[in-house]
Design a protein around this ligand. Sequence first.
Ligand code: SF4
Ligand code: SF4
Length: 87
Amino acid sequence: MGCTACRYCTPNCPIGLDIPKILSLYNDVKLVNEEWRATFADAMPEGKRPEDCIGCGACTGHCPQSLDVPAVMKEMAEIRKKFQKEQ
Ligand code: SF4
Ligand code: SF4
């Protein structure tokens, strides 16, 4: 996921998610294939975690890399949910 952290997307997110930070965490999870690392998003403010994405797509149109941000948020939310169930 080639996010350059340009942050063109972030002012357009109605939830105020730190999109590049979450994408960076997503890359970490995928790089080492350790899903538990998705729990690091617990340290993000309440209401601003991957599962708080409403899938509006307002970010994608502003991304020069054409990244499918909502899909990543959804996947991260699913990973985090799975892990929470295991606890
Ligand atoms: S799709 Fe999710 S990350 Fe993108 S702008 Fe909407 S709420 Fe924010
Ligand atoms: S606009 Fe795209 S490349 Fe830039 S920070 Fe957002 S997701 Fe990353």
